[in-house]
Ligand binder design. Structure first.
Ligand SMILES: NC(=O)c1ccc[n+]([C@@H]2O[C@H](COP(=O)([O-])OP(=O)(O)OC[C@H]3O[C@@H](n4cnc5c(N)ncnc54)[C@H](OP(=O)(O)O)[C@@H]3O)[C@@H](O)[C@H]2O)c1
Length: 283
């Protein structure tokens, strides 16, 4: 049994981490700026700690007596006016320093698959900078590099619901997205592992055309996929980089880029995308 502090506890992955840790017999501490967001998982948590990870003075003592810290802190859909460097880099850095000062034995950081390949992208730059600092910090660590989450596949389902799925390029690139529950179980199982950087994806590999087709099938709708030529993507990204803020173009730049690469990681888990689409559709 380990005492584990989860940062990012209120997020998609964080909530599954809380459940997986509790199920596997660990003592769970959950860090949150808005603890009321944890009401539905509070029975799985031993201690809720309220703090603002972007404000180091609120973090004093939060890691006290924890063996492991797992961070899935990062900007995804948050609209706080903060930049990736403020949160994905600096907030995680604040937490790392507090963990080191408190004698935490291991720091596990959830980044993204192929982060090193895409480190020029705004969304990834801050994550990779933190990963670099973590590697040179002296603490024992693991960097988990997961493929896209099922939660992001909901965007495809949403487009299908509206009648058309838009893909960049010909839709032949492949990936193996992973369910939050499978990823959380995997991270908890790897908690004692000596591996430093761990790529992971879900159990099934699909082309983007196949994922779009499954979304239509789950909805019982006729398939209509629009393939956007790469030159349109390039112009769109150039314009967005010039005329919008990083919180607008950051996620779009990331998704438009990964859609033109195969994103395949070692397979893990047992949750199937079609079942997820069918359940999400019925919710
Ligand atoms: N989605 C994907 O496909 C995917 C794939 C690979 C890796 N990842 C990465 O995995 C990590 C977790 O993803 P997720 O889907 O679980 O994200 P999520 O649901 O948005 O959760 C992010 C967590 O970070 C916290 N956070 C964000 N900004 C904050 C701020 N300014 N101050 C304090 N806390 C803040 C959120 O707290 P609040 O609830 O209070 O906002 C939340 O607990 C992210 O770094 C993401 O980039 C995602």
């Amino acid at each position: 049994m380990k005492k584990v502090l989860v940062a990012g506890a209120t997020g998609y992955l964080g909530r599954y981490l809380i459940k997986a840790l509790n199920t596997q017999g660990h003592q769970v501490r959950a860090l949150a700026r808005n603890p009321e967001k944890l009401d539905d998982v509070k029975n799985d948590i031993d201690k809720i700690i309220k703090a603002e990870i972007t404000q180091p003075d609120t973090l004093k003592g939060i890691c006290h007596d924890s063996d492991v810290v797992i961070s899935s802190i990062g900007i995804t859909r948050q609209k706080d006016g903060l930049k990736y460097m403020d949160v994905d880099y600096q907030a995680n850095k604040n937490l790392l320093e507090e963990a080191i000062n408190s004698g935490v034995k291991k720091f596990i950081y959830v980044s993204v698959l192929n982060g090193r390949l895409f480190r020029d992208l705004k969304m990834i730059e801050a994550k990779e900078r933190f990963a670099d600092d973590l590697k040179s910090s002296g603490i024992d660590y693991s960097i988990i590099r997961p493929n896209g989450f099922f939660s992001d596949m909901t965007e495809v389902l949403q487009m299908a619901r509206q009648g058309k799925v838009y893909l960049i390029g010909d839709g032949h690139y492949k990936s193996n997205p992973i369910h939050g529950q499978d990823l959380a179980d995997f991270i908890v199982e790897k908690m004692g592992s000596a591996e430093k950087e761990i790529d992971v994806g879900g159990p099934e590999i699909f082309t983007q055309n196949e994922i779009a087709g499954m979304a239509f099938q789950a909805l019982g709708k006729k398939e209509k996929i629009i393939h956007i030529p790469l030159w349109i993507r390039d112009i769109t990204l150039k314009l967005m980089r010039s005329f919008t803020s990083q919180k607008t173009y950051g996620p779009i730049e990331f998704f438009m880029t990964v859609m033109t690469h195969d994103m395949i990681a070692p397979q893990a888990g047992s949750e199937y995308l079609m079942e997820y689409f069918q359940t999400s559709h019925n919710c």
